[in-house]
Write a protein that binds this ligand. Structure first.
Ligand SMILES: Cc1ncc(COP(=O)(O)O)c(C=O)c1O
Length: 464
């Protein structure tokens, strides 16, 4: 590796100049584009926000330039099973798309497009207000009713995004003296909502009902009266695993708490009649608060909270800030979600779920057969464990060039040296496409490990 080229300062040209893979990896390693994380720029000694941002941008630009920054990509075509993404260094990569969240491939469904266009023609493109004022579109009230009926949890409040629903339900219901007991891996919207609502946030070990019990007991030993919200997800977004919802719901009631389940990744695309983990675990209509996002299986931005209490629904309208102070879903979004629910609950919906899980099974088994650790249980999220961040960054960059587009998840989104590809499958994917992607990933991962070893050896030789 000592005959490495003297590379220019703007290394995106390194790829454009068709240097060898070894030379590219070495340059990325040498320039720090395989190390560090966004966490480094969260709390720094910098006094000003601009200094902090500048420090981040300096590091980030190096990664972009070397092609090891896998974020901030832009769709150049629709997010179907094959797509094109423009990376921040300007390159457009085309290939098999495992990076979009459209589990049932409904974003490209002609019937959904017709419904959205019809709604625009009838009601225009904007809700022009929050749900607390005049932003409710009458069709939105119908959607609330349809969702409530489907979930056997009849009172539904819509939110502008899934994130807003998760944040809003906790921030809206909990007060400073209350407690939130939350799975340590719960999504950012839930953690942020909890942190904004109260300092009494108690983490419990991932999926660990007994640890949740201990936390609840500890709280009730000191505080017999204030509210407690127990928080979990149907399918966890980084690990693709599920809690025992029944056990958590009875635990919540035992301690005078309420249970909140975020079903963003499982509602619509799994379970009987698309009812996700709640349905699959026989808990339909038996969970206190169900919160979801439309962005994974319903082809739209938007979110909701379903409850059995009319009072809670209306309380959220005025006390959940993203409901009260943010504009409501637009007519096209509402029509899109309504049409998706119609399809999801029809025979076609079941066929799409079956096709999705066939593809999931094919992808998982091909990856496992090639010696790769695939985490969690079968779900549209297939987390592919790569380990070290440097190896993962190289793998992720090279597979994109080789025709597999997927998202890289690295520290701090997951723990150190547990970097992974978060592959997201859709019903359009074929078993052949899954086999092709698995083969490219397995071969590239091996190559990346060798490249990183060689980089370390070369830099050790240079320093001695
Ligand atoms: C578990 C979970 N909840 C909520 C959200 C937020 O949903 P949205 O992106 O629709 O705002 C996400 C998003 O990725 C998620 O993974």
């Amino acid at each position: 590796m000592s005959d490495v080229l003297d590379l220019p300062d703007t290394p995106s040209t390194v790829r454009a100049a068709r240097t060898s893979t070894e030379q590219w990896a070495y340059a990325a390693h040498r320039d720090g584009a395989l190390h560090g994380s966004t966490r480094d720029f969260l709390n720094t000694s910098a006094q000003s926000a601009t200094e902090r941002a500048d420090a981040f941008w300096h590091w980030n630009s190096k990664r972009i330039a070397h092609g090891t920054f896998a974020y901030g990509k832009a769709l150049a075509t629709a997010p179907t099973a094959h797509t094109s993404l423009r990376y921040l260094d300007g390159r457009v990569m085309s290939g098999l798309n495992f990076s979009s969240q459209d589990y049932l491939s409904l974003a490209s469904h002609p019937q959904v497009h017709v419904a959205a266009i019809e709604a625009i023609k009838r009601l225009g493109v904007h809700s022009a207000g929050s749900t607390a004022l005049a932003g409710n579109v009458v069709d939105g009230n119908v959607l609330e009713h349809e969702l409530g009926t489907w979930l056997h949890t009849p009172l539904v409040a819509l939110f502008p995004t899934g994130w807003a629903a998760g944040y809003g339900v906790i921030r809206g219901l909990m007060r400073a003296q209350d407690h939130v007991v939350i799975d340590v891996l719960a999504h950012n919207c839930l953690q942020e909502g909890a942190a904004a609502a109260t300092r009494n946030v108690h983490l419990y070990r991932h999926l660990d009902v007994e640890h949740a019990r201990k936390q609840l007991q500890r709280i009730r030993d000191k505080d017999s009266s204030n509210a407690i919200l127990l928080v979990t997800e149907g399918i966890f977004s980084m690990d693709a695993d599920s809690p025992d919802i029944k056990a958590l719901q009875s635990l919540a009631h035992e301690f005078g708490a309420m249970l909140l389940v975020d079903v963003a990744h499982d509602l619509g695309c799994s379970g009987p009649d698309g009812t996700g983990q709640i349905g699959a675990q026989g808990m339909l209509g038996k969970v206190d608060l169900v919160m979801g996002a439309f962005s994974k299986s319903f082809a739209s931005n938007g979110g909701f909270v379903a409850t059995h209490s009319h009072a809670i629904k209306e309380y959220l309208r005025y006390y959940a800030p993203p409901n009260t102070f943010s504009n409501a879903l637009s007519p096209a979004q509402i029509a899109t979600v309504r049409e998706c629910i119609k399809i999801i609950r029809s025979d076609e919906g079941q066929m799409r779920r079956d096709a999705l899980f066939d593809a999931v099974g094919a992808l998982r088994s091909h990856l496992q057969a090639l010696g790769i650790t695939v985490m969690g249980q079968p779900s549209p999220i297939v987390p592919v464990l790569l380990g070290r961040e440097d190896v993962a960054r190289i793998t992720s960059a090279l597979i994109a060039e080789r025709g597999v587009l997927t998202n890289l998840v690295e520290y701090p989104a997951v723990s150190n040296n547990n970097a992974r590809l978060r592959m997201q499958v859709m019903s359009q994917h074929t078993a052949d496409q899954c086999a092709t992607a698995a083969g490219i990933i397995a071969q590239t991962w091996e190559e990346a490990k060798t490249l990183v070893d060689a980089c370390e050896l070369a830099s050790a030789e240079q320093t001695t």
